[in-house]
Design a protein around this ligand. Sequence first.
Ligand SMILES: [Zn+2]
Length: 104
Amino acid sequence: MTSQATMSDMPSCHEVIQLVTDYLEGAMSPDEQERFRAHLDNCDGCGAYVEQIRTTVRVMGHATPEALSPGARQELLAVYRKWKAESAGRHSGLRGKLRKLFGR
Ligand SMILES: [Zn+2]
């Protein structure tokens, strides 16, 4: 037995988006955090996504679950899917969208 996370243990991209606020707030168990990070290490899209959120949180000064209403989460998911589909490298537009979502 090893403690290394396998692909099947990892959260899906969808779950990463759902769990990102928990992750950034340290609301995850160490085990969950390990699996979350393992996904980020293996998924450029989610890695970039979490970095964007982290940067946004730093700018806004907070990231509470309340800050991401269900509607905002849905919109975020749509933005993310569109962004991922359109370009893997360019994501300058995402930051503006996130600012709008977090800024309410
Ligand atoms: Zn992913």
